[in-house]
Design a protein around this ligand. Structure first.
Ligand SMILES: [Zn+2]
Length: 338
């Protein structure tokens, strides 16, 4: 009888331990994203460091700093402005995991709109919440989210003159510290650009294969020459990118508003087959638009834009360890994801 009671007690205490660990997991600050910082990352922070009102909200997101300690250009790269545009998220994740900056400084935000990453894609045909990609260690899971800040995080959008677009991060720059959640995120990014003295800012996107935005590099007139030289050089390497003009008609967009804060700004668009409405196409595995090709083009375009920015406007920037288009298309993304 005593033995039975002892066994029961053991089972009960085991259940208690399991219950405690589950409740602890539920109350911890959630770590939503699998980003594995490499040797180049010197510190991490939060977007709420630049907009206090984001602290404790689903709009807060991690910021990765890759600091050389040597003078040079300050560069910011954003993935996940639209959380269903997965190649930008993966390209910025690879920068965090592989890049080493030898002159200048790189600041990366792989999931710019974290709230959007928490909702399933509402426009593609698959209603995905995540994608699984084989990596050198084991399979990696990446959030595949929505274009918009989660509805529950911004219910007041229905009365907003912008409607649903008020939940689109790339419509509400420069943002506001006491506005909607999306405006707070935009404000955090704008403040980062100002406080860190960002010279070059790059926003990574993807477009529906039928969109005229496919394979675009968008920049204001004053810096369009950098986009044109980049496109020429990329064409020699078999990558066709199209320079496109930003302007005052793009008020609220990253490429226009960031440039007004003094940063040489670009928006890069690759193509995501999963964004074609109702087509149920896989956003990763694709004959025409495989993820390796899109991530490779993002990375190669980023590095070439920085090179010409440096040549035309000054500011040294030396970065190593980043795979290019050829590396990714020949060896696959699995080789490079940790
Ligand atoms: Zn986008």
């Amino acid at each position: 009888m005593a033995k039975k009671a002892l066994r029961l007690l053991k089972v009960l205490s085991l259940l208690l331990v399991i219950a405690i660990s589950f409740s602890a997991a539920a109350t911890q600050a959630p770590s939503y994203h699998d980003v594995r910082p490499g040797y180049g990352v010197t510190r991490t922070g939060w977007l709420s460091d630049y907009c206090q009102a984001l602290k404790g909200t689903s709009g807060d997101t991690m910021v990765y700093y890759l600091e050389s300690g040597e003078p040079g250009m300050d560069v910011m790269v954003l993935g996940g402005t639209h959380a269903n545009e997965i190649s930008g998220i993966l390209a910025s994740t690879l920068l965090v995991e592989l890049a080493e900056v030898k002159a200048g400084r790189l600041i990366v935000i792989p999931h710019a709109n974290n709230s959007a990453a928490m909702a399933p894609d509402s426009r593609g045909g698959l209603f995905l919440e995540q994608v699984r990609i084989a990596a050198s260690s084991s399979d990696r899971i990446f959030k595949y989210g929505d274009r918009y800040t989660m509805e529950a995080d911004q219910p007041e959008y229905k009365a907003d003159p912008l409607g649903a677009e008020s939940r689109n991060l790339n419509r509400v720059y420069p943002g506001s510290p006491d506005g909607t959640l999306t405006q707070k995120i935009a404000y955090g990014i704008t403040s980062l650009i100002e406080k860190e003295g960002i010279d070059t800012a790059i926003d990574l996107h993807e477009a529906n294969p039928k969109s005229t935005l496919c394979w675009n590099i968008i920049s204001p007139d004053a810096t369009l020459d950098i986009a044109v030289l980049t496109a020429f050089e990329l064409e020699e390497r078999g990558i066709r990118m199209i320079p496109d003009r930003s302007g005052p008609g793009f008020a609220g967009y990253s490429h226009w508003e960031w440039s007004r804060k003094g940063a040489t700004s670009f928006l890069i668009e690759t193509v995501n087959p999963g964004m074609e409405s109702g087509m149920k196409a896989d956003p990763v595995v694709s004959d025409e638009y495989p993820i390796e090709k899109r991530v490779g083009i993002h990375l190669e375009t980023i590095l070439t834009l920085i090179k010409y920015r440096s040549e035309l406007k000054g500011g040294e920037f030396i970065i190593e360890g980043v795979p290019g288009y050829k590396d990714l298309t020949e060896k696959g993304i699995s080789k490079y994801l940790r």
